[in-house]
Design a protein around this ligand. Structure first.
Ligand SMILES: NC(=O)c1ccc[n+]([C@@H]2O[C@H](COP(=O)([O-])OP(=O)(O)OC[C@H]3O[C@@H](n4cnc5c(N)ncnc54)[C@H](OP(=O)(O)O)[C@@H]3O)[C@@H](O)[C@H]2O)c1
Length: 228
């Protein structure tokens, strides 16, 4: 049975990715900031292949505990999905620097921390996929002119993942950055056109179709290149 690790899996896209991978016959390790949340608890009850564990991607100890579970074991797919977007500002220049720092901790350093910790397990899989859920707002050339905190965090994580794509290809690890589209989640809001369950199917299809030739690409869910 292949194994997938998903961060930020108690709600939104992460929860629906966990559901989609469980339905496809994967062992799912769902890392959750709050594993007692109803959605993930129900999924664990429905699918014996889903295990929910506490995971705060900003904390070394929490990530080390995740890596310890996989010591000597392969991870076929890692999905760095956990993310925050505070939007508490009325104009972008009134952004709180404390919120900005936390955004970088979760959206940029979090994926780096989890990826580094699971590198040996990804290498053991032979042809692993390391996926980071990015955003169209991570594109520097298409900057929306707002949300300096969120946009910089996603642009920076794209840069980190490009570096890993160069260095980890020789271990059989393919790195992919995916813009999942605008989804009706806590982050995306009620006006978004796409349900998280639909977004998860699209993201999963893009991951399924990816080959080592796609290593280092930043794509949308149709497999089109996003502008850097
Ligand atoms: N929604 C969109 O339209 C959209 C568009 C482009 C990209 N994205 C990206 O897609 C990903 C999923 O977003 P979403 O829409 O599903 O957002 P969401 O509903 O807000 O879910 C985000 C998840 O990340 C978790 N999380 C936050 N801080 C964490 C931490 N320190 N450690 C571990 N988990 C943490 C949250 O936990 P809690 O529930 O406990 O807070 C939540 O489960 C994010 O990376 C986001 O940037 C979303």
């Amino acid at each position: 049975m292949p194994t997938v690790v998903i961060t930020g899996a108690e709600q939104g896209l992460g929860l629906e990715l966990a559901r989609a991978y469980a339905a496809s016959g994967y062992d799912v390790l769902a890392g959750c900031l709050k594993p007692d949340t109803t959605g993930i608890r129900t999924l664990v009850q429905e699918h014996p292949a889903v295990t929910a564990i506490p995971l705060d991607v900003t904390r070394e100890g929490s990530v080390a505990a995740l890596a310890d579970r996989f010591a000597g074991k392969a991870v076929d797919v890692l999905i760095n999905n956990a993310g925050v977007h505070f939007r508490k500002w009325s104009v972008p220049e009134t952004v709180s620097f404390a919120d900005w720092e936390l955004t970088l901790q979760v959206n940029t350093l979090g994926p780096a921390r989890v990826s580094f910790a699971l590198r040996d397990s990804l290498a053991l899989a032979g042809a692993a996929k390391l996926v980071t859920i990015s955003s169209d707002w991570g594109s520097v050339s298409n900057h929306p002119g707002t949300a300096y905190d969120y946009c910089s965090s996603k642009a920076a994580v794209n840069s980190v993942m490009r570096g890993l794509a160069i260095n980890w290809a020789k271990q059989g690890i393919s790195v992919l950055m995916i813009h999942p589209g605008w989804m009706r989640t806590t982050m995306g809001g009620a006006d978004a056109p796409t349900l998280p369950s639909e977004g998860a199917q699209l993201v999963k299809s893009a991951i399924d179709l990816a080959t080592p030739q796609d290593n280092g690409r930043y794509i949308d869910t149709s497999g089109n290149d996003m502008p850097w």
